[in-house]
Design a protein around this ligand. Sequence first.
Ligand code: ZN
Ligand code: ZN
Length: 372
Amino acid sequence: MAKKDYYDILKIPRNATKDEIKQSYRKLALKYHPDRNQGNPEAEEKFKEASEAYSVLGNDEKRGIYNNYGFDGLNMGGRGFSTSSFFSDSIFSDFEDILGNLFGFGHFSSTRRNKRHGPRKGSDIGIEVDLTLEEAYKGIEKTVPVHREKNCNVCDGTGAESGTSPDVCIQCGGTGSIRRSQGFFSISTTCSMCNGSGSTISHPCKKCNGKGRIEDIKEIKVTFPPGVDNGNRLRITGEGEEGFSGGRPGDLYIIINVKEDDKFKREGNNLIYELNINFSQAVLGDDIKIKTFYGTEKIKIPPEVQNGRIIKLKGKGFKNINGWGKGNLLIIIKVVTSTNISRREKEIYKELREIENKKSKKISAESKNIFN
Ligand SMILES: [Zn+2]
Ligand SMILES: [Zn+2]
């Protein structure tokens, strides 16, 4: 069977940039990755094809040889392209660099190539926690329930009923992976019989049904420091899922979701408060008390204040979580027109209108005089 062109396999033009090559490979590798397509030989074939194409086109020197001499050039040996050096570890670590961060919280284990029944780190867990704006302002300690996997305490994580033990997998001989080669290229895939564990269980543990793992809920005390913001992520080392066979546990990531407050808002590290006042307060000034997250604050409204004026209370905003200092409390003055006014109020406003009309006529007469 004629070999497919590497550019065709990766679905890229011959003048594709390195980034385009990498991106296209990532897409294909994700789609056809053996972990996602267990027992699908066609996907496995496509994954191998794509990986082979990338191992050549992703390397400038090999790509040059391929462009000039085709497959023959690569198979020539001679110029340092023997089978063993061709499939060097650096290529594998390339794959892992590319694939390793695609699965988010470490569910793609980069230790996949190692024997899976050896010690293995537990997965990381990500959970979202809601805080009120006040809690984010002051900081708070909360107990958060975390659902996670741990090793079954009945079978000690082996999955085998007590008194029995798992058998070495006959398909992979206990390595958990199967290495296949195709020409100079070889790739190891997870053993389909034992799912990579290296062993099979004839008498499964009744508590965990042979999985070796059970679900556990642990209450974890989390300290949210003052000033945390929406979207911030706290990492708690070692509170993820329990490791396998004595491996380290994963980490717990807490993603903070700050709920909206009906009085206060946050902008950067500033705390924002919109203060509604009426006409007479705006004209005459006033002393107002507002309830803040830290207690009562006295606000002095100066006479003849304009709508939109901002009164700044320095250092009363959010604590800067990444360093020193604090934001400010910004009071935004909003002059609100009175509604449902009484007859008496209306009279006063009419009187006021007359005074203001006279005043503006006088001003326009004065400015005419200036221009004349
Ligand atoms: Zn068990
Ligand atoms: Zn196996």
